[in-house]
Design a protein around this ligand. Structure first.
Ligand code: AMP
Ligand code: ZN
Length: 117
């Protein structure tokens, strides 16, 4: 069923506590944890507890939870004392998505270039 945990999904396993993660904040609908391969001094992933393959699929199916992800990213940024930061949703392998469970990257603590690579 859409949104149900997937046996082969790394982030569903983190949500279930089957794989450890450095969790910084958890809500009823989201989990925020530090990226294992940080690309900035602060690099935190904010994920929905429900499984959807990417951010657009999440927003189409459960718009309230998509909004929760953005609100949580902002709250974590505030707790990390970031006044400038970037929120990234890689979508599709060509854009660098490697885990097909929707997630926001919250990146901060260094200068950022535009356009992104
Ligand atoms: P993406 O490439 O946009 O799909 O992002 C997936 C992210 O998950 C990458 O930045 C990885 O470094 C990160 N990642 C993979 N495995 C883990 C893990 N066990 N704990 C925390 N972050 C992870
Ligand atoms: Zn999943």
């Amino acid at each position: 069923m859409v949104g149900e945990p997937q046996d082969d999904c790394l982030f569903c396993k983190i949500v279930a506590g089957q794989i450890p993660a450095d969790v910084v904040q958890e809500t009823e609908t989201t989990v925020a944890f530090r990226d294992i391969n940080p690309q900035a001094p602060t690099h935190i992933l904010v994920i929905p507890k429900v499984h959807h393959r990417d951010a657009a699929a999440l927003a189409a199916a459960e718009p309230g939870i998509a909004a929760d992800i953005l609100r949580e990213a902002g709250q974590v940024a505030a707790e990390e004392k970031l006044d400038s930061y970037r929120i990234v949703f890689n979508t599709g392998s060509g854009a660098g998505q490697t885990v097909f469970h929707a997630h926001a990257h919250l990146l901060g603590g260094r200068g950022m270039q535009w356009p992104p690579g």
